[in-house]
Design a protein around this ligand. Structure first.
Ligand SMILES: [Zn+2]
Length: 240
């Protein structure tokens, strides 16, 4: 059940320790107030994902207050779904894990985690690499907690030059990098289905208030490189 892996963690450069998400307060170390960075570190992990079903099912037999059991269930997480492969205009196919394969027809964009290794591999293919790289650095200074649950203002940058084909419709859809997608969940790439998913809807609606929507860029306008060069962020965001 235990294994060693190199993954990014919350790291306080001053205390020289890894911090739990709860120990990072607004991007700062709870102990000393230094800005927390994300650091790749080799560490021992517990394979709770592989044992998720058993861990969750056995909670039923545990004599403990229900509230805590529910918290534990949510923390362990259980997702049943399947992997879907998408072709891109690069040499790499991409794979997403989805619990809702039935929504494939509604996919209007893809979102990749800032830590995904494909980004560095695609460096020369991404026309706005400097912008993407700056976004990745900003994301590395946030905790998973800030990027996930606390993340009310979604931000992202469109990957100029990268295109993905929706296998269900044959439609070409754009890809964004956004820090709400964590490498730790699924494959680090998610499909954007604004019609079905609240979070996707938020992401898409923020985009809509900017110059163009992910849906609009997908096929109606094979727009000029100039109009597609824009990244976006919400006014409240500090990561732009
Ligand atoms: Zn510290």
């Amino acid at each position: 059940m235990a294994y060693k892996a190199t993954i990014p963690i919350n790291w306080c450069p001053s205390c020289k320790v890894g911090l739990a998400n709860e120990e990072v307060v607004e991007g700062m170390c709870e102990r000393c107030g230094s800005p927390v960075i994300r650091k790749e570190k080799s560490q021992w992990m517990l394979r709770i994902t592989r044992y998720a079903d058993r861990l969750i099912d056995d909670l039923d037999d545990l004599d403990f207050i229900e509230r805590v059991k529910i918290q534990q269930k949510n923390w362990i997480g259980r997702s049943t779904g399947c992997e879907v492969t998408f072709k891109t205009n690069t040499d790499d196919d991409i794979t997403v894990f989805t619990t809702r394969a039935d929504t494939l027809f509604g996919v209007t964009y893809m979102v990749i985690s800032p830590e995904h290794p494909l980004l560095a591999k695609w460096k020369d293919l991404i026309a706005n690499w400097d912008e993407v790289q700056a976004y990745r650095e900003a994301a590395s200074r946030k905790s998973d907690f800030e990027r996930g649950e606390l993340n009310k203002d979604k931000t992202g940058v469109k990957l100029e030059g990268i295109e993905v084909t929706n296998p269900a419709t044959g439609e070409i859809v754009p890809m964004f990098v956004s820090d709400y997608v964590l490498m730790g969940y699924g494959t680090g790439i998610v499909m954007g289905v604004p019609g079905h998913d609240q979070r996707d809807w938020e992401f898409a609606s923020v985009f809509r208030s900017s110059r163009s929507s992910p849906a609009a860029t997908s096929r109606r306008r094979p727009s000029s490189p100039r109009t597609r060069m824009r990244s976006w962020s919400t006014p409240a965001s500090s990561t732009a």
